[in-house]
Design a protein around this ligand. Structure first.
Ligand SMILES: N[C@@H](CCC(=O)N[C@@H](CSS)C(=O)NCC(=O)O)C(=O)O
Length: 312
C-alpha cells in the first residue's frame, strides 16, 4: 500500500460512535447561550506528543499578500520519500512554493483546496502543469472538478501522517476543514486548516456561492481546545489561533444564532475584486482541460473504521 498516496473513505457514523462517546461537551454547556457556533470542546485528555511524532511533521505557513491568503505546506519529513502537500496554494506564489519544496527535498503529492475561492485563483492547476503526478483535491460538495474528491470523514495520507476531512459549509457550499490526525503518532496539539469557514476573530462571509449564515453557525465541529486554527485568510496580521481562544474571543461566533445572522447580514463587504475570474477558474481547480475530471475510486479500508474521529 502506498501510504503517502491514498485517501481513505470512512464511515462518518462509525467515527461518531467510536471516538466521541460521552466525552464531548458542547460549548453551550460550558458557556451558556453565548457560544454555540462552530467550536465544541472535547474533554478527552491527550497524551503528550512523543518527540518522534511531533518531529515528523514539517510545517510551513506561507502568505500571499494581494489576497491575504495563507498557503500551508505539510510534509512527513521522517518518511524516506518526504511526501508533501499544499493546502490552498495561490497561482501568484506557485513558483515560490515549488522552490521551497525543492529546497527542502520534498516530494509534492497533493495540491488541496478547502473550497472554491472567490478572491484569487488557486495554484493547483499551475502546480499540476509544473509538477507531473501531483493530484488536485477538493470536496465533492464544492461542485468543482479535481483529480480527487473528498467527503467528510475521509483521510488524506501523506507518509505516516494524515489529515481528516470535515464539512464546514456556510461560507460556501462545499467548504471543508482539514484536521491533522487523531492518533498518538500524529502531531499534538492537532492543527485545523479551516479555509474561510473560521478566521481568527472572524469567519468567512456568507453572501455568495451557496453561502448561508445559518449553515455556518451550525457547522459545529468537535475539537480539543488546544487545537491550532490555521485559516486561509487573515486581514489583521494574525497567523494562528486555537479553538479555546476563538471560543472565548471570536466576536461573531460567541454570539447567539440570531445575533450572528444579523452580523453576517450587515457586513457590507464589497464583492471580491477577482470574483468573476476566480470562481470559474477555481471550479476547475485552475485547470482548463478535461484531464481533471478523472475520478479515481477511493480506497475503503475496514481497518481504518475504528480510527475515525470525524464529527460534523
Ligand atoms: N477585499 C477582498 C475580499 C475580502 C473578502 O471578502 N474576504 C472573504 C474571504 S475571500 S472570498 C471573507 O469571507 N471575508 C470575511 C471578512 O469578515 O472579512 C478582495 O477584494 O478580494
Amino acid at each position: 500500500m502506498l501510504r503517502f498516496h491514498h485517501i481513505v473513505r470512512v464511515s462518518l457514523f462509525a467515527s461518531k460512535a467510536s471516538t466521541f462517546p460521552l466525552t464531548s461537551v458542547s460549548l453551550s454547556t460550558s458557556i451558556p447561550k453565548r457560544t454555540t457556533f462552530a467550536l465544541r470542546s472535547q474533554m478527552t485528555s491527550f497524551s503528550s506528543s512523543s518527540s518522534s511524532s511531533s518531529s515528523k511533521l514539517l510545517f510551513r505557513q506561507l502568505f500571499e499578500k494581494e489576497s491575504s491568503t495563507y498557503t500551508y505546506l505539510l510534509a512527513d519529513a521522517s518518511h524516506p520519500d518526504k511526501p508533501a502537500l499544499l493546502i490552498d496554494p495561490v497561482d501568484r506564489t506557485v513558483d515560490r512554493d515549488l522552490s521551497l519544496i525543492q529546497e527542502l527535498g520534498l516530494k509534492l503529492v497533493y495540491a488541496m483546496n478547502t473550497h472554491v475561492h472567490a478572491d484569487h485563483v488557486t495554484g493547483t492547476g499551475l502546480i499540476k502543469s509544473k509538477v507531473p503526478g501531483v493530484k488536485s483535491i477538493i470536496s465533492k460538495a464544492s461542485g468543482a472538478t479535481a483529480d480527487l474528491f473528498v467527503e467528510p470523514g475521509d483521510k488524506v495520507h501523506f507518509g505516516d501522517l494524515f489529515l481528516e476531512v470535515r464539512a464546514t459549509p456556510g461560507h460556501t457550499l462545499g467548504c471543508v476543514t482539514y484536521v491533522t490526525g487523531d492518533a498518538s503518532d500524529q502531531p499534538q496539539p492537532r492543527m485545523a486548516f479551516t479555509g474561510d469557514a473560521l478566521l481568527i476573530r472572524g469567519c468567512g462571509r456568507t453572501d455568495f456561492q451557496g453561502g448561508s449564515s445559518e449553515q455556518l453557525y451550525k457547522s459545529i465541529f468537535t475539537l480539543p481546545k488546544d487545537t491550532f486554527i490555521y485559516p486561509a485568510h487573515d486581514y489583521k496580521g494574525f497567523s494562528v489561533s486555537t479553538v479555546g481562544e476563538e471560543m472565548q474571543y471570536n466576536p461573531r461566533l460567541t454570539k447567539d444564532e440570531e445575533t450572528f445572522k444579523n452580523i453576517m447580514a450587515n457586513l457590507n463587504l464589497s464583492y471580491p475584486k477577482m470574483i468573476d475570474v476566480a470562481v470559474p477558474a477555481n471550479l476547475v481547480c485552475g485547470v482548463q482541460s478535461k484531464d481533471n475530471q478523472h475520478h479515481i475510486s477511493l480506497i475503503q479500508s475496514p481497518n481504518t473504521l475504528s480510527h475515525i474521529s470525524t464529527h460534523m
